[in-house]
Design a binder for this molecule. Sequence first.
Ligand code: HEC
Length: 183
Amino acid sequence: MKYSFIILIISAIMLSSCTHDPNDPGRAYFPDMAYSVPYDAYTTNPVFPDGRTMQTPIEGTVPREMIPYQYKKTYDDQLKAGLELVNPMEANAGNIDKGKAEYFIFCSNCHGMSGKGDGHLYTSKLFTAKPTDLTGDYIQDKPDGELYHIITLGSLSGLMGAHGGQIKPDDRWKIITYVKNKF
Ligand code: HEC
């Protein structure tokens, strides 16, 4: 009897908290954290002439740490990249190891850990285009700059996609250092 009385009281207290307006977020104990001081991204803004918080970048500027790629996805530009770009990575153990790790993540599923184009996506027939054998003369004789161009923008036929958005410039060069020294 005593217990049911206590349960009744607790239920009454709990139920009373349900009577509020469901859209009321309740009391903010830390208002400075609940309501941010800066303008939120998609809000109107009295400071800028167009009244928006998000501004388009000023023409001719690039975001910090973004290195623009100056070549287009054409055969001529691929050859040009091959002549003009120099692999800044020394073929030391640290760079080759890092290149191998990045190759494992971004290339091996198609080109295979052996580099012969026997990666899982191809052998399982999930991806039907035959990945190029990276161990053959065709690739081994290509200038590093051309390989950098292919990794950055993808192959000219479009069968291999661009990886420039996923792999940092230094790591692209390290992958090439690995491909050229270990295959
Ligand atoms: C989704 C599968 C896939 C992935 C991932 C992939 N490739 Fe490829 N790659 C291909 C295919 C397919 C071709 C052949 C298509 C072609 O020549 O257009 C190819 C071609 C190439 C070529 C030769 C291109 C040419 O012009 O002949 C190089 C070099 C290359 N890949 C390097 C890499 C490197 C390095 C990576 C990792 C950063 C990578 N690929 C990731 C599928 C892939």
